[in-house]
Design a protein around this ligand. Structure first.
Ligand code: HEC
Length: 179
């Protein structure tokens, strides 16, 4: 009579299952917009989502020296590219006959990505610690070191999307939702 018990269990599961399925799983709870806002920080290439605030390269230099230079090197040019790469230079190296040096200046197609990346990921050991003004300023500093903007150009939600990166047209468009 050892087999009767498992059979009884199976029969009882068959009868309970439809009732259990009729109920929602009751997992989680609706999230409030205020709770999701700190995570909803993606910036589009066109600058959609950029927060208020502003900064110049001159203001950004002090932030860079204090919070970025140890890893990325003086003026963004790390001599021995190991872990954290250079942020500056390499212009014109993305050519068939050259060894490509990919930096923010030589490679990135949109300046707005710089704000997004620095705000969410840098400083590496203390990400999301910078204010919007600090991110604008340090982004301006990196763009200025790359010769893309002037030292006093004010970078904010309005001006950053208008910065034209040198490699803007160096990518082959690959639309994910072709119409
Ligand atoms: C403790 C070391 C460290 C510090 C400090 C640091 N970074 Fe970084 N950074 C890194 C590392 C490591 C990477 C590469 C991360 C990866 O590829 O996942 C990186 C990547 C980057 C990149 C992307 C480079 C590329 O071409 O892909 C940018 C831009 C950047 N850092 C900016 C900054 C700025 C601005 C600061 C200061 C506010 C800063 N970092 C501070 C270590 C650091």
């Amino acid at each position: 009579m050892f087999t009767l018990k498992p059979i009884a269990v199976c029969v009882s599961m068959l009868t309970i299952a439809p009732a259990a399925l009729a109920q929602a799983p009751q997992l989680g709870q609706p999230i409030a917009p205020a709770d999701i806002a700190p995570w909803d920080i993606s910036i589009g290439p066109d600058g959609a989502g950029l927060p208020p605030g502003q900064g110049t390269a001159i203001e950004g230099e002090a932030i860079y020296v204090a919070k970025c230079q140890a890893c990325h090197g003086e003026k963004g040019v790390r001599p021995n590219v190991a872990l954290a790469g250079a942020l500056v230079g390499g212009m014109g190296t993305l050519a068939p006959d050259k060894t490509p040096i990919k930096t923010v200046g030589s490679f990135w197609p949109y300046a707005t990505t710089l704000f997004d990346y620095v705000r969410r990921a840098m400083p590496f050991q203390e990400s999301k610690s910078l204010t919007a003004d600090e991110v604008y300023a340090v982004s301006a500093y990196i763009l200025n070191l790359n010769g893309i903007i002037g030292p006093n150009d004010v970078i904010d939600a309005h001006s950053l999307p208008k910065v034209r990166m040198p490699n803007r047209d160096g990518f082959i468009p690959f639309p994910r939702n072709p119409k």
